[in-house]
Design a protein around this ligand. Structure first.
Ligand code: BG6
Length: 501
């Protein structure tokens, strides 16, 4: 794939994400030789900065690039920094757009970026539609002349707060951009191991024949983080784990496990299958089911390695009586031919003992046990896909313990990505930015996917918000969640806590 000359406009350029993720990702693309000949980054936001101020902030004095700035050749860094420009949008986004358009057009002719523009919105979602409208009004959403350049818009998560708001956002963007021009970021899709879910399934004849209700007992997904809400208490308290992680990242992972094989690996065919998968999740409407199949929790203060760790309600920006969940677990079913009656258990939480994301496919045990002395809790085959860290795949299978009789033990076939000779795993943002620059939407979420995910999550959120019978269970920071968290997964012998053999 080649990358055309282009100009990337970043809205919200003085914000944290730009300095922490976007510019370092761009820098890596630059250092790895992925930039086209002519490339310009135009930062735009409300802060009053000059081009030089912006370069200092995101390159020369950035804490995220300091090692590179220190160790690399000065000219090399300067060449990168000199591609950065900045324009001030003032307080009133609307009236400033003619100035923005002028700057874009000037930079475009000066740096020969061929009329190709990508707009990256690292702003609150409430600004998506106003920005899109302003770009449209300035004639920036469509290429001009005989040599039409491309126009793309990239938006960050959270994409919506509910099904209704997600629909509004989609409609707002689609008034001014065509769906194929819209790139909705879900940075989990940029992770190699998430993409590898499809490759594991569809390039091996040893997994796919077993990938169904006849052989799979249940599917378990854990996403654990050690961090708390960090400095994002204000945002997080209005969001919670279900919106922040489950609706987006985890349901994207689910869609890749559930989906049918696409006809080919084109973006459209993959999206078609993913949306079908998401639509087949059985939406829970019955209150008893919602009660039995969902659980929420919140971390409470504790001591980790002799150091006191704050409880969620003490965090800055969080309501001291907040019921927002930092732990969410959901059991659900998938209503289709392949998955009928196979339970899926998915949990996500902050302040757990370790940072890990993994998918465990638990296979059914043999219908007739030949060897009587197998450990009752450990007799099934498992396929464990480690999304992060220690990216890799582990298969657990039975082997004979040497010696008399037929004692069976579980052994591991363990693959680590780090053992590949070419194991240069691209950072998720790097990968996604490069795809957007090249016009590949495969790893971006399509409108109907996002809406299908919200359609599943909405009734849970509504049920939790009613708050009649739903407890927010406390769990000490640094533990695997509420004491009774195994109740939800009782029928499957409790959660597998990653790290366990
Ligand atoms: C973000 C969430 O989307 O993903 C954060 O808003 C979370 O709350 C983060 O910490 C986790 O991403 P990763 O790549 O560290 O697993």
């Amino acid at each position: 794939n080649s990358t055309s000359n282009q100009l990337l406009v970043i809205f919200g350029a003085s914000g944290d994400l730009t300095a922490r993720k976007l510019i370092p990702a761009l820098y890596n693309l630059y250092a790895d030789g992925h930039f086209p000949e002519n490339f310009v980054v135009l930062g735009a936001s409300r802060s009053n900065l000059s081009d030089e101020d912006f370069r200092k902030r995101v390159v020369y004095e950035s804490e995220f690039l300091k090692d590179e700035v220190k160790s690399r050749d000065k000219e090399f860094i300067k060449k990168f920094a000199d591609m950065m420009f900045y324009t001030d949008l003032g307080d009133d986004y609307d009236s400033e757009y003619s100035g923005l358009a002028k700057r874009i057009n000037e930079l475009n002719s000066e740096h020969k970026t061929d009329d190709n523009f990508t707009f990256y919105l690292s702003t609150p979602p409430s600004l998506y539609e106003p920005i899109a409208k302003n770009l449209y009004d300035q004639g920036l959403t469509k290429g001009s002349g005989s040599d039409k350049g491309f126009r793309r818009i990239v938006v960050e998560k959270p994409f919506g707060y509910s099904l209704e708001t997600a629909k509004e956002l989609n409609a707002g963007l689609q008034k001014y951009f065509k769906e194929r021009q819209i790139y909705r970021i879900d940075h989990y899709l940029g992770k190699e191991t998430v993409q590898n879910l499809m490759v594991t399934r569809f390039s091996n004849s040893i997994f796919e024949p077993l990938w169904n209700r006849n052989y799979i007992h249940h599917v378990e997904i854990t996403n654990a983080e050690t961090v708390g809400v960090e400095k994002r208490g204000g945002y997080y308290d209005k969001s919670g784990a279900l919106r922040d992680m489950f609706q987006s990242h985890l349901l994207q992972i689910v869609s890749l496990i559930v989906m049918e094989p696409p006809i080919n690996a084109s973006a459209e065919e993959i999206h078609n299958e993913k949306v079908k998968a998401l639509k087949s999740l059985r939406i829970m409407r019955d209150e008893k089911e919602l009660f039995d199949h969902t659980m929420k929790g919140q971390y409470i203060a504790s001591s980790i390695n002799g150091k006191r760790v704050k409880g969620y309600r003490e965090e800055e920006g969080v309501d001291p009586e907040s019921k927002t969940e930092t732990y969410a677990a959901v059991k659900f079913f998938v209503d289709n031919w392949r998955w009928k009656d196979v339970p899926f258990y998915v949990r996500t939480a902050k302040r757990m003992p370790t940072k890990v994301t993994e998918v465990v496919i638990h296979f059914k045990t043999q219908h007739h046990q030949v060897f009587k002395n197998q450990d009752i809790n450990n007799k099934d085959n498992k396929l464990i896909i480690r999304i992060q860290p220690d990216e890799g795949i582990l298969i657990k299978f039975g082997v004979k313990v040497p010696g008399q009789g037929f004692k069976v033990e579980r052994a591991n076939l363990d693959f680590y990505y780090s053992s590949l000779s070419d194991n240069n795993i691209m950072d998720a943002y790097e990968r996604l930015l490069l795809d957007a620059m090249q016009g590949d939407t495969t790893l971006y979420a399509r409108a109907d996917e996002v809406e299908a995910a919200w359609a599943f999550v909405d009734p849970i959120l509504e049920y939790w918000a009613k708050d009649v019978n739903v407890n927010t269970y406390g769990y000490p920071a640094g533990t695997w969640g509420p004491k009774n968290s195994d109740d939800l997964i009782e029928d499957a012998n409790g959660w597998r806590n990653p790290g366990e053999l």
